[in-house]
Design a protein around this ligand. Structure first.
Ligand SMILES: [Zn+2]
Length: 157
């Protein structure tokens, strides 16, 4: 499990998620408004990309754990431990997502759109998909990795 967490952070670096500034930035920043302009321009990208970056880092971490010989099923026990910790802190929505009883009680296109919009907004303002969704994504990726014919690469590019 620790390997998975370390692999996740390594993956953020490898996949370029922590790279705040492009190569051309130092010259641009010499302009007094360069820093502010860049940061303001960067906010939408951060909001849009961050939840997917988390899923990608999880997937890449699984690949790294497998390559290093760790049991991937033990690695994804991370989600169960994280779930308990987050629930202890009262983060029910962070773990399970929005309560969608309204979709079962009053199914309608309007309720579905509202539910999807609130979910998207919540995931993108916190920067993290719900933990249950991250676990589902990781499990699907793990199934792909384990079912791929030997010699086939299903790794993230
Ligand atoms: Zn992360």
């Amino acid at each position: 499990m620790i390997a998975f967490v370390l692999g996740h952070e390594m993956a953020h670096h490898e996949l370029g998620h922590v790279r705040q500034f492009p190569d051309w930035y130092p010259d641009f920043a010499r302009n007094s408004t360069g820093y502010l302009t860049y940061r303001l321009a960067h906010i939408p990208r951060h909001i849009l990309d961050h939840p997917q970056n988390e899923r990608d880092a999880d997937a890449r971490s699984l690949e790294l754990c497998l390559a290093a010989g760790y049991d991937p099923h033990k690695c994804i026990e991370f989600y169960d431990v994280a779930k308990e910790k987050i629930l202890d802190l009262g983060g029910i929505t962070s773990v399970f997502g929005r309560d969608d009883n309204i979709l079962e009680e009053q199914p309608s296109i309007g309720n579905l759109i509202r539910h999807k919009a609130k979910t998207w907004l919540e995931n993108h303002t916190t920067g993290y998909p719900y933990l249950i969704d991250r676990k589902d994504s990781a499990q699907r990726h793990l199934e792909d990795l384990l079912s791929a014919p030997e010699g086939t690469q299903v790794f993230l590019s």
